[in-house]
Ligand binder design. Structure first.
Ligand code: GLU
Length: 321
């Protein structure tokens, strides 16, 4: 049985890019007769707001999506809200610490910014960390820890990571790609990378479908699965929706939050039809209900190149001024 999920971070309003990811993930699971799970990723509490989580659930329902387990309906792997699952992240951290996979990092924001301006490879989480704190002795660590609360980083092993992406094809990442990454911030907040792995494993997720912007998180997550002795899901990274200026769809491309679309009383079928057309599931952007796309869904129809959404189409849909 396939189990997939949509896992929004409630730090803002859902936009049509999020809606597209939710729709494709839902179609992938529903077309296989699987179970779809909704999880709220509010682990970064200062950035997350409960009303955005409520709005996300309402927007998804409005689009015509449903779920078998989630924060509103519960399920066998409850709670479905990350801020209520912290104990499981802490025990994973202890396990990784015992195995010597983590080390404390004392670098200040200023030091990290200096690294940022140097020509290192960039990842989705900023510049690759060059491992400055990795080789401190126990006594050096103790001395520094007395003065400053450290973050915890995962020490990348010296082997490459390969996997076959269900949408983007074979992927290869060099040993250490992206650098040693943070699993717990100095302020105690657990990182997305760790929380998402623990939750996907605990909830028995077999298929993760998400945007291409998270592709370079995948080797990190695969390494965490390996270190924790957990079975990873299959991953599918779908191309991003871009504006004609080549940037990711954003506010400047028009009012594209689902909330603002709903305020203008546009029907959900119009948006689903546009999302389906942009995702190669339809020739033309004609209105259609999400449920009508289930029987013909094929992940191979989704293009592998970034999808440019032209202003004229946005205007036609009432999504731009
Ligand atoms: N919470 C993440 C986000 O909203 C999604 C994580 C994932 O799909 O792995 O970007």
């Amino acid at each position: 049985m396939k189990r997939g999920r949509f896992a929004p971070t409630p730090s803002g309003l859902m936009h049509i890019g999020n809606a597209r990811t939710a729709l494709l993930s839902w179609l992938q699971i529903r077309s296989a007769g699987g179970q779809f799970i909704l999880r709220i990723e509010d682990i970064d509490k200062p950035r997350s707001k409960p009303h955005y989580a409520e709005q996300a659930l309402s927007d998804l329902r409005w689009l015509g999506l449903d779920w078998d387990e989630g924060p509103d309906i519960g399920g066998p792997f409850a709670p479905y809200v990350q801020s209520e699952r912290e104990d499981s992240y802490e025990s994973a951290l202890s396990h990784l610490l015992e195995q010597g996979k983590l080390y404390p990092c004392f670098c200040s924001r200023a030091e990290l910014q200096a690294i940022a301006s140097a020509p290192h490879g960039l990842s989705s989480e900023g510049p690759a960390y060059p491992g400055l704190c990795r080789h401190f002795s126990a006594s050096e660590r103790e001395e520094r820890a007395a003065a400053k609360q450290p973050s915890l980083r995962f020490a990348m092993p010296d082997h490459p990571v390969h996997y076959i992406d269900e949408a983007a094809g074979p992927q290869a990442f060099a040993a250490g790609a992206g650098g040693d990454f943070v699993v717990r911030r100095a302020d105690g907040i657990i990182s997305y990378q760790l929380a998402v792995v623990i939750d996907d494993a605990a909830m028995g997720i077999t298929d993760v479908l998400r945007g291409y912007d998270l592709l370079d998180s995948t080797p990190r997550q695969l390494l965490l699965y390996e270190a924790l002795g957990l079975t990873p899901p299959r991953f599918a990274h779908v191309p991003l929706l871009l504006g004609t200026d080549g940037n990711r769809l954003a506010k400047r491309h028009g009012a594209i939050s689902l909330a603002s679309i709903r305020e203008r009383m546009l029907p959900p079928e119009l948006i689903v039809g546009a999302l389906a057309a942009w995702s190669g599931l339809h020739d033309r952007a004609e209105p259609i209900a999400a449920s009508e796309l289930i029987h013909s869904f094929n992940l191979n129809d989704v293009p592998t190149e970034p999808i440019v959404v032209d202003d004229a189409t946005l205007k036609l849909l009432g999504l731009a001024d």
